[in-house]
Design a protein around this ligand. Structure first.
Ligand SMILES: [Fe+2]
Ligand SMILES: [Fe+2]
Length: 477
């Protein structure tokens, strides 16, 4: 029988925490440090309460409860998807064996590292988005920002639970470190590059939730396949929360494009900044940037580590169980693009060493779907312009394209040409200043900043003009 979520506990959970006093005490010791971190580096805008959803059950139906709650009283907790007692490992050399309920000694270091890396991204994005509340385009958007923030906080809880419950003293030390590294910190930065970039404005926030949260979705998708069952079940539930973050990104960019398209059509010009909208070329440059830093998160295309994790049963492929192959992959090959003599060419590589590339391909195909949606908005406005994903080699710092200059259309360029043209492809300081000039807060219920269209519907069937956030007195004005 699944353990229901117990909200009478100090730490809400469905892992039977009350039955493990040592673990409970350890996590109750970490909790005040988490709350200190949230107060210091979480959302900066003072609020009274926010219309947030909280998990009440991990099953298919009715897992979320919506209510106005003061954010610091949000019930962060530990929720794992239900356990399937018959679950077996689906891939690698342990394929067909029962999933592990404890950490196998031989995979301990690797599992701990993967959990730490995943855990590090969760608080990082909260830190990156800390000041955005001050320029929210509406209470609806403000609420969505805070929902994403509290859930990233919960994802941190999810990883900290695993570290405390399964990795002993080392795990507890790593859990402490997750609160001590900070996004963009000179001495103690977050582990991955994209999580040290500043989120400067709401256009970047929407691009971040579209592209970078989606990277998270794909990483969680591989960990959901893990032979280590508690990790798999944790990630399965995190993916449910992650769906809302994707929604915020997809619809956020779409609503920006809607407003831009409307002004372009009305005034027959791309220069819509003077009409209070964000010019399409700036949107494209933001998109180019965010995709390129997100692609770097997948690591090198060729990675013996990725192959080792797979064979060991620690980390699977995206939708592993739906793949139509032997799930062991020994001897299998695929093509990989490389830069050779100043041009792009392909060569066969062992599939087992190219699993990062496999995941990245799945991710890019998924990214393309949103772009199609956004382009529909342009088409419906009768405009010929379109947005596009840049070439996967564009502006890369990791892997086969690093050290080369690739245009968004996939041409290999020399350094001088890149230097001359990259300002057409990446956000310039002027672009960021132009977007920043539009970022005036709109805190009146039902009203939206001029640069973004209202959504079609509200949250949880509430009207668009619902009072999603109550600001604290000091937050107004
Ligand atoms: Fe997350
Ligand atoms: Fe997320």
């Amino acid at each position: 029988m699944p353990v229901p979520i117990d909200y009478s506990e100090r730490i809400p959970n469905n892992v039977g925490l009350a039955g493990d006093r040592r673990l409970q005490r350890a996590l109750e010791g970490w909790q005040p440090r988490f709350l200190d971190w949230w107060r210091d580096l979480g959302p900066a805008l003072p609020t009274k309460d926010v219309y947030l959803r909280t998990a009440i059950a991990v099953g298919r139906d009715g897992w979320a409860h919506f209510a106005h709650v003061p954010m610091e009283q949000y019930r962060w907790g530990i929720f794992l998807a239900e356990r399937d007692p018959r679950r077996v490992i689906g891939f690698g050399k342990h394929k067909g064996e029962p999933a592990w309920q404890e950490v196998p000694g031989e995979h301990r270091a690797v599992l701990q590292r993967l959990i730490v890396i995943q855990g590090d991204t969760e608080p990082a994005s909260v830190e990156q988005q800390r000041v955005l509340g001050r320029t929210a385009p509406s209470l609806y958007d403000l609420r969505n920002l805070f929902q994403v923030n509290v859930e990233e906080g919960r994802h941190l809880w999810a990883m900290v639970y695993l570290l405390h419950a399964f990795f002993g003293r080392e795990g507890r030390e790593e859990a402490d470190q997750l609160l001590l590294r900070h996004s963009g910190d000179h001495d103690s930065p977050r582990i991955l590059g994209a999580f040290n970039e500043a989120t400067t404005d709401w256009l970047q926030f929407f691009m971040f939730t579209y592209f970078t949260d989606r990277d998270g979705k794909y990483q969680l998708g591989t960990l959901k396949e893990s032979g280590f069952d508690p990790l798999a079940r944790t990630c399965e539930f995190m993916l449910k929360e992650e769906a809302h973050h994707m929604f915020v990104g997809t619809t956020g960019v779409q609503r920006v494009v809607e407003r831009t398209a409307e002004q372009m059509a009305a005034h027959d010009t791309e220069d819509v900044l003077r009409y209070g909208a964000i010019p399409l070329p700036i949107i494209q440059r933001y998109l180019n940037f965010q995709l390129s830093v997100s692609l770097d998160l997948f690591g090198s295309e060729q990675s013996t580590n990725a192959g080792t994790y797979f064979s060991a049963g620690v980390k699977g492929r995206w939708q592993e169980t739906r793949r139509d192959d032997d799930h062991v992959l020994i001897g299998a090959e695929r093509l990989m693009t490389v830069v050779e003599d100043g041009r792009l060419t392909t060569r066969p590589v062992p599939l087992l060493n190219a699993l990062n590339l496999d995941l990245r391909d799945e991710y890019i195909a998924d990214c393309a779907r949103g772009v199609k949606r956004w382009n529909q908005v342009l088409a419906e406005a009768g405009l010929p312009q379109r947005l596009s994903l840049p070439h996967e080699g564009f502006h890369r710092k990791v892997g086969a394209y690093a050290g080369h200059h690739i245009s968004p259309h996939g041409e290999v360029l020399d350094a001088a040409t890149w230097e001359a043209r990259s300002k057409d492809w990446l956000p310039t300081p002027e672009d960021r200043a132009a977007v920043a000039s539009l970022m005036q807060p709109e805190y009146e219920p039902g009203r939206f900043a001029a640069w973004i269209a209202p959504p079609r519907t509200g949250i949880n069937d509430q009207p668009i003009e619902f009072d999603y956030v109550h600001l604290a007195e000091e937050g107004i004005g």
